[in-house]
Design a protein around this ligand. Structure first.
Ligand code: 1GP
Length: 260
């Protein structure tokens, strides 16, 4: 049996009617050193994030130190978010075992997964099957994964993909606008997807302030990912701005519960 510790941890938060906040850390040393990643993780944990995602579209060969630093500085789960088969580390807890459903290239739908699967087993990583849907503008993730970007004004296409993902048996769906996107995923797209599926919905890309985090949660996101904002702010203010975003989105989900 595959262990499901991290999955259970995430679902426990959602089942308590709270949205999950995920901090994305890119292990590329061009972004920050492994030591700085550890410090960022410490502040993010103090700010209330629930878990870390470690990965990047071009991350290869330098994950271990970053994962180890994060594990040393915090108690929170580290989930790999691999852009390539090089995005695996035996020091992490889990891996979003993802398929870019709207890629034009089968490599990103299932071939990279074929290559990486044995390592996931040997590294004893907890696999969490995730359908990854990249919408406009898509950023580096969209470019690297050769995604046929979902038009921002076509929520029904994202929703049909998400429903297909649920029927195939993925554990969750990720709506990705692209790291550093000027605008987060359209709220109408989030709500259309959320209304059709009962598996958790992750939303990421371009979320930079409490208002955006509240809006995506209100629209139906179960998990919110922030990467660029964390990189830009956390070392400077020790996580003060991040804490505001997290507490705003956590209150929003509590508000939803009270209104049920
Ligand atoms: C990227 O969705 C994530 O894969 C996070 O995006 O860097 O814009 O927060 P940001």
């Amino acid at each position: 049996m595959t262990k499901t510790k991290v999955w259970d941890y995430l679902m426990n938060i959602i089942n308590n009617d709270l949205a999950v906040h995920l901090t994305l850390i890119d292990p590329d040393p061009i972004k920050q050193t492994a030591q700085d990643a550890g410090i960022i993780a410490k502040y993010a944990a103090e700010a209330g994030t629930d878990a870390f995602m470690v990965g990047g579209s071009t991350a290869y060969g330098f994950l271990d130190d970053t994962v180890k630093e994060i594990k040393e500085k915090t108690e929170l789960p580290v989930i790999l978010f691999p852009g390539t088969v090089g995005g695996l580390s035996k020091y992490a807890d889990a891996v979003f075992f993802m398929s870019v459903l709207n890629s034009r290239n089968p490599y990103y739908i299932v071939r990279a997964q074929l290559i990486g699967a044995r390592a996931v087993k040997e590294f004893e990583l907890e696999p969490i099957g995730m359908a990854y849907l990249v919408l406009e503008p898509g950023g580096t993730a969209g470019y690297m994964s050769e995604a046929q970007l979902i038009p921002r004004n076509k929520p029904q296409i994202a929703a049909a993909y998400a429903l297909a993902a649920k029927y195939i048996g993925f554990k969750l769906v990720y709506l990705e606008a692209g790291s550093g996107a000027e605008h987060e995923a359209p709220l109408e797209m989030i709500s259309t997807v959320a209304s059709l599926i009962d598996i958790p919905l992750i939303v990421g890309g371009g979320i930079e302030n409490p208002e955006q985090a509240i809006a995506v949660v209100r629209a139906g996101a179960d998990m919110v990912v922030q990467g660029t904002f964390v990189e830009k702010t956390v070392l400077k203010d020790k996580g003060a701005k991040l804490a505001k975003v997290i507490s705003a989105m956590k209150k929003e989900t509590k508000a939803k519960k009270l209104n049920k």
